[in-house]
Design a protein around this ligand. Structure first.
Ligand SMILES: Cc1cc2nc3c(=O)[nH]c(=O)nc-3n(C[C@H](O)[C@H](O)[C@H](O)COP(=O)(O)OP(=O)(O)OC[C@H]3O[C@@H](n4cnc5c(N)ncnc54)[C@H](O)[C@@H]3O)c2cc1C
Length: 414
């Protein structure tokens, strides 16, 4: 792999950009691998990358039914933060956020990490109490975040109306090193690094069955034939229930559509990310100038990867009291993704009833921020059978009643 550098750009500029090589190979599948990861979203690719980087396991295939990054990873609103309430969550999300800080250098690929700061608005007294509690918990966990009053909020976001009649802004939970990154670039950067390590990323290939021998995984049936493996990692977000059914067990999660929209591009007006969970909307400004806006999930389970009109109206209507300028903006486009939501709103990173088959899912509406940390922990779980980062996120917690309750922090927004 040729390194990307200022020198490389100058060299290619001098020869009309004829020397760039493809970022990743597109090989035909081999008959078998040490490890197969199903799903080339951010979590699947990061898991493969850290298997290679941290454990030297490179005889790996990542199998993707569409194109890499084409699932939720390429459809999300890219909010990154780590101020969750419970200790296991804070640990994995903060590991992830800290990996994001240097991910561009690590991957030699500009993922455009922008730690511009994230405010979660408190617009009811209940929210103020909740966020104060989270701020105290985060102080104990070593996560940098603090509660700010409404005047500080107004200073950070001058376009905001903090005296709305229905939901005045009372303050906010502020994480100064939270922010955004370019979603596709995260997937592309990991894919390039995996390919460079000799791993095979096999796109346009759907896994249609999981073969077991004597209770252990033996390989996967795909639209390109059978591929054997010693270990299998299933990382398919909204389709996790479908893959679990292929292996003969059920997962405690629901698949629902989550959607987002962007406005026409405008001059820079807001340089932080704002989430308003009471009214159910959140917004940031992209580098192109578009206002990137998201809302809640559909109220019914489904697999339709698209948006619906009533959500645009509900989400924008909700935000207009706090951001009156939105009423003058044209909305350009909307889209949707299928997210996998667990009962306690925390992910599942776990062994399964099938020996040597592992599952990474349940990131719901907020897993983009978790990609590097999840990949780090899941790779360790697959390589060693145990990881301190994932230990609390086993699927058996639902049977044992050991929930990691993040319903306020993660179930609604991101
Ligand atoms: C509109 C929207 C906004 C969001 N906003 C945020 C946000 O601001 N911040 C945040 O942290 N998170 C956000 N999220 C959530 C985040 O996008 C997801 O949690 C995360 O991207 C999940 O990544 P993944 O790699 O697990 O899944 P995906 O990126 O969905 O990858 C799974 C892959 O598996 C493939 N697959 C499925 N079935 C098969 C099969 N049978 N064979 C082969 N391949 C298969 C799919 O094609 C897909 O590419 C948002 C999600 C949406 C939809």
């Amino acid at each position: 792999m040729r390194k990307y550098s200022a020198f490389a750009i100058a060299r290619e500029a001098a020869r009309h950009h004829s020397g760039w090589e493809r970022a990743w190979r597109s090989p035909a599948p081999k008959p078998s691998y040490d490890v197969i990861i199903v799903g080339a979203g951010g979590h699947g690719l990061a898991s493969a990358y850290y298997l290679g980087k941290n454990f030297g396991i490179t005889n790996v295939a990542v199998i993707e039914k569409g194109w890499l990054g084409g699932g939720n990873t390429g459809r999300n609103t890219t909010i990154i933060r780590s101020n969750y309430l419970q200790d296991p969550s804070a640990a994995i999300y903060e590991k992830s956020r800290s990996l994001y800080e240097t991910l561009s250098q690590d991957l030699n690929y500009n993922i455009m990490f922008s730690p511009r700061g994230v405010i979660m608005l408190a617009q009811t007294h209940h929210e103020v109490r909740g966020y104060l509690r989270t701020a105290h918990a985060n102080a104990l966990q070593g996560v940098e975040t603090r509660f700010i009053d409404k005047h500080e909020v107004k200073k950070l976001v001058p376009i905001m109306n903090i005296e709305g009649p229905r939901y005045p802004v009372l303050g906010g939970l502020w994480q100064p090193r939270g922010g955004t990154a370019r979603h596709d670039a995260v997937a592309w950067g990991y894919a390039r690094a995996c390919s460079h390590m000799g791993m095979d990323i096999i796109q346009q290939t759907e896994v249609t069955g999981i073969k077991r021998e004597g209770g252990a995984v033996a390989g996967v049936e795909t639209t390109k034939g059978f591929i054997g493996c010693k270990k299998l990692g299933v990382v398919v977000a909204g389709h996790s229930g479908v893959l679990a059914e292929m292996a003969g067990f059920r997962l405690p999660l629901e698949s629902v559509a989550l959607q987002a929209l962007v406005s026409e591009p405008i001059k820079p007006i807001m340089d932080v990310v704002v989430m308003a969970n009471t009214v159910h909307g959140y917004m940031s400004q992209s580098d192109k100038g578009e206002m990137v806006i998201g809302g809640g999930t559909d109220s019914h389970n489904n697999y339709t990867q698209r948006g619906s009109f009533h959500h645009i109206e509900e989400t924008v209507r909700a935000l207009i009291e706090t951001f009156p300028m939105l009423s003058r903006l044209k909305m350009l486009r909307q889209w949707g993704g299928i997210v996998d939501v667990t009962g306690d709103r925390s992910p599942i990173l776990s062994k399964t009833p099938v020996e040597n088959m592992f599952i990474n899912c349940g990131w719901g509406t907020g897993g983009f921020k978790a990609i590097p940390g999840s990949g780090w922990g899941f790779a360790e779980l697959m390589a060693k059978g145990h990881s301190p980062l994932t230990a609390e996120f086993g699927m058996e917690r639902f049977r044992e009643g050991r929930f990691i309750d993040e319903s306020v922090a993660a179930g609604v927004a991101h």
